[in-house]
Design a binder for this molecule. Structure first.
Ligand SMILES: NC(=O)c1ccc[n+]([C@@H]2O[C@H](COP(=O)([O-])OP(=O)(O)OC[C@H]3O[C@@H](n4cnc5c(N)ncnc54)[C@H](OP(=O)(O)O)[C@@H]3O)[C@@H](O)[C@H]2O)c1
Length: 329
């Protein structure tokens, strides 16, 4: 397996390399790619140094899989070039997610949809991934009617520039701004740009991507996405109304049995998921599971995951592992 990591110097790309190494992905050759300005720089993988190569060099090396995390426009331009050379692209940007001809995949939910003909596969938005992992087993059992979600998202979701902005603010240094406002000691109720209906693009991604991944356009969902000054991961307050009633103990049990989920829900001992604890973990953490007493058949829960891991790198590597295991690449 020749694997290209496109965006290897970025926040997601760096975690991608770490995840490939930790999970002992069966690769025989690594091809790290970044922008022209980084060509020749070195990265370390499994104790060995690799020089960053250009996009053209990488395509000429015909990798089996290319894991892309280099922004939407880079992906739109170059992913089809890799695909034409026979490479299967797994893309982290939003470029292909809503393209009806491309699969949008969270392995725990819909990896079974993948076939050998899928040459560009989209990785969903980070806040969507962690939510659907927890929604899927509940949808299968009780059928979701409506979801109301509010997010508390880490600055790492914006990339290197945003982490630098927050750290500069903490040190009192004037530097480049990734956000329109200071982020440290602040909360910004805007992620991505606003669209015509008054929502942000991030909010619309959560709505549209959830329906596509769960293959169910009847799910009603509304979202408010918020940036907060934390680094470890994204948190979400999720309220779900089901078609059918449930037992809270059974919900907890169902989630505990679901692959990729760790339930942390012991209020007597003040145990609940927090981004600090999810940091550098591959799982989705669920807690504060309780009935919404204001509505029939309704549930509240709190979902936390490392957005650079399950929200990006880990999910992409899991898709690659699935393709290898099933002989789809
Ligand atoms: N951060 C998250 O939680 C998250 C989650 C899901 C998806 N994503 C998506 O993943 C992508 C990367 O995010 P990030 O947070 O890692 O950003 P980042 O830290 O800013 O890194 C961007 C990476 O892309 C490379 N790049 C930029 N333009 C390029 C070009 N023309 N050709 C080749 N490489 C190019 C950069 O290389 P240089 O170092 O050479 O500039 C760098 O390696 C984005 O599309 C983002 O939407 C991010």
């Amino acid at each position: 397996m020749k694997i290209a990591v496109v965006g290897a110097t970025g926040l997601v790309g760096t975690v991608m390399l770490k995840v490939l190494e930790e999970r002992n992905f069966p690769l025989t050759e690594l091809i790290p790619v970044a922008s022209e300005k980084s060509v020749g720089k070195e990265i370390t993988f499994k104790g060995k140094k690799y020089a960053i190569v250009s996009m053209d060099t990488a395509i000429s090396m015909r990798p089996d899989i290319a894991l892309f995390s280099a922004g939407g426009s880079t992906s739109l331009e170059h992913a089809p070039r890799f695909a034409e050379a026979g490479t299967t692209v797994i893309d982290n940007s939003s470029a292909w997610r809503m393209d009806p001809s491309k699969k949008l995949v969270v392995p725990e939910v819909n990896a079974h949809e993948l076939s050998i003909d899928d040459k560009i596969i989209a990785n969903p938005n980070c806040s969507t991934i962690q939510m659907v992992v927890a929604l899927k087993p509940l949808h299968d059992k009780y059928k979701i009617k409506r979801v109301v979600v509010s997010t508390y998202q880490s600055v790492t979701g914006t990339g290197v520039k945003a982490v630098e902005q927050m750290m500069n603010e903490r040190k009192g240094i004037d530097g480049p701004m990734a956000y329109a406002y200071p982020i440290d000691l602040n909360v910004i109720p805007q992620i991505d740009v606003f669209v015509e209906n008054g929502y942000t693009k991030e909010e619309m991604k959560m709505i549209n991507e959830t329906r596509k991944i769960m293959s169910d356009d009847s799910i009603r969902l509304t979202a408010t996405t918020v940036r907060i000054p934390v680094m470890g991961g994204h948190s979400e307050s999720v309220n779900i109304e089901f078609e059918n009633d449930f037992d809270v103990a059974e919900v907890r049990e169902l989630l505990e049995k679901t692959e990729g989920i760790i339930v942390v829900d012991d209020i007597a001992n003040l145990k609940y998921p927090m981004p600090k604890d999810a940091h550098e973990k591959d799982e989705v953490f669920v807690g504060r599971i309780r009935r919404d007493e204001s509505m029939p058949n309704s549930l509240n829960m709190w979902i936390v995951a490392d957005n650079l891991r399950k929200g990006a790198a880990t999910n992409a590597v899991q898709i690659a592992e699935f393709l290898v295991k099933k002989g789809l690449v």
